[in-house]
Design a protein around this ligand. Structure first.
Ligand SMILES: [Zn+2]
Length: 190
């Protein structure tokens, strides 16, 4: 046989070697939190918010006055505006919707309780008197509830803590950074 002759055609070529499996990525190594975990965390955050406590750690005294929220949590040092100037715009919406809902429910109860002789004029003035204080009374809860929902879906980041990151609430870095909250603590060693 001539050494320069082309190789004979083989109708059944040998099967290709299987590709090696790709190495596990970080995404595969850390599975997403189950839904039950998210729900329990949301419930815990909402429960603390309804008590006007820090949704992250449950600390009391996060308001200086009824309507004035502190800039950071006295225990976990979470900056409540999370570094965003317009962070609490969503809480204003919550406050407005809930206040209107409370006034509407009060109107409905008043009508049903006095039907068919509804004192329309008295009911009108009662509702006007209710419209003014209800938003002010609910305002702190709107802020803590907004923060609670946000923390559930956007857990605390390093830069959210006063004394960590570039910006602090007083404009300068703390000499001794506060301890990390539970949500940022490293997982226990096995
Ligand atoms: Zn806290």
């Amino acid at each position: 046989m001539c050494p320069h002759a082309p190789a004979p055609f083989d109708p059944d070529p040998p099967p290709a070697a299987p590709r090696p499996a790709p190495p596990p990525t970080r995404r595969h190594a850390t599975p997403a939190a189950p839904k039950e975990l998210q729900l329990s965390r949301l419930a815990r955050h909402l429960g603390r918010a309804l008590l006007r406590r820090c949704p992250n750690c449950g600390a009391r005294g996060i308001f200086e006055l009824w309507l004035v929220m502190r800039e950071e949590c006295p225990r976990c040092h979470l900056r409540f505006d999370r570094g965003e100037d317009d962070y609490f715009i969503g809480s204003f919406t919550i406050n407005l919707v809930v206040a209107e809902l409370i006034v509407c429910i009060a109107a409905l109860v008043g009508i049903l309780a006095t039907w068919p002789d509804v004192p329309w004029m008295g009911l009108k003035w009662a509702l006007i008197a209710l419209i003014i204080p209800v938003p002010a009374l609910f305002y702190p809860f709107a802020k803590t509830l907004w923060l609670a929902v946000d923390l559930t879906f956007r857990p605390v980041r390093f830069q959210d803590l006063a004394g960590h990151g570039e910006n602090t609430t007083d404009g300068k870095k703390a000499s001794h950074p506060p301890p990390l909250p539970d949500s940022l603590a490293p997982p226990p060693q096995r």
